[in-house]
Design a protein around this ligand. Sequence first.
Ligand SMILES: *Cc1c(COP(=O)(O)O)cnc(C)c1O
Length: 391
Amino acid sequence: MMTEDNFKFSTRAIRAGTHRTNEREHSEAIFPTSSFVFDSAQHAADVFSGEQKGNLYSRFTNPTVQAFEERLASLEGAQRCVATASGMASILTTCMSLLNAGDHVVVSRNVFGSIVVLFEQHLSRFGLEVDFVDLIDITSWEAAIKPNTKMLFLESPSNPLTQIGDITALADLAHNHNSLLVVDNVFCTPALQTPLALGADVVVHSATKYLDGQGRGIGGAVLGSNELMDKVFSFMRTAGPSMSPFNAWIFSKGLETLKIRMQAHCDNALILATWLEKQDSVQVVNYPGLSSHPQHQLALKQQSGFGGILSFEIEGGKAAAWRLMDNAKLACITANVGDTKTILTHPASTTHSRLSLEQKQQAGISDGLVRVSVGLEDIDDIKQDFAQSFI
Ligand SMILES: *Cc1c(COP(=O)(O)O)cnc(C)c1O
C-alpha cells in the first residue's frame, strides 16, 4: 500500500502535510489568523482543557505552521517537529525545554557565531554551565564531560570551515553519559543528511537558509521524538517564539524543491571549489567534497552530498579578502547563506566579529577567510565573477 511513510523523499517533500480545505485548493492555503472560533462556550472550554483537539490561538498551533511541521518531520524522519520564529529561537527553545539550571552542556567551538554568544553570554546567566570543544577531536568531547553534562551540541558541516563532526560517534558518547546529542542540520538539510537516523536525539534548523532557499523569511524548527518534543512544544506555546503562518507557507513551498535545489547547490559548489584550489592567491579551500578535505571520507559516510557552502583563505589577509569581495559583480555581500543567489561573507569582521581574538584563532577564523554560499546561477558566470574579482 502507498502510505506517506513509504513514499520517497521528493514525494514526501511535496505531499506530506497536505490538508486540503473545503475550497479544494491545489496549492496549500494560508491561515493568517491569531485565534480560532468555537461553536459554543462548552466547545471553548473543551479545547482549552485539552479534552477536544483543535486550534485555539496561533502562538500554540496554526494549520499553516502545522503543515510545515508535518512536512519537515517527514523529511528528517522525526516523530514530531516544533516550528520556531528563527533558527536561534529553535536552539533557545531546545535548551529552555530540555535543560535545567546547574546542567552542563558541551558545545562545538565551530558553530554559528550567535550560538556561541547565546550559550556563553545569555544561557550562562541562568545557571547553565558551558564548555566549548574542538568539533573533530572526539577525545576533547569525552574529556569535557562531567557528571552534570546533559547535552552535546554540534553543527556539521561547521560554519564556515566545513569541518565534519562524527555524528554516530558523538551520539554514542552522549548516550553513554546520559546526555542528549543535538545537531544543527542547517548546512546539509535532510536532503543530504538525517542526523536522527545517525543517532542524534534532536535536530535544530534555521529554515531561513536552504529550507526556504530563496532568502524570503526567518524561521526555525526543532525535531525529535514525541517525548522530547512534548517538552519543547510546552515551552514554545507558553514562551511564544512561534513561527508566523506567512513564513510557514513560504517554507512549505521551499521544501517542495529542496532535493533538486540541494543537488544543484552541491554540483556548483564542487566545480567552484575545484577551480578555487587552482588559483595562485588561494591558500586553502574548505569543502567536504574535495579529496583534499581532511574528513572527506567521513563526509562520504554520513552525507549523501557535500552541500553548497565553502570557504577559502586568500593570501594578503583582510585587505585581500575585502578587495575580492568589493570586486564581485554577481555575488552579493549579505548576511545569509543557502540562497539561490551566490553570497560572500567575511566571517572575521561580520558573523564571527563578536568572538574574542583567542576564540577566533581557536575556531580557525583567519582574516583572509572568505565564505561562499554557492548559489544556483550558471556556474560559468559564478566562476567568471571570481576570476575578475581576484585581479
Ligand atoms: C543562520 C544559522 C543559524 C541561526 O538561524 P536564524 O534563522 O538566523 O536565527 C543557526 N545555525 C546555522 C548553521 C545557521 O547558518
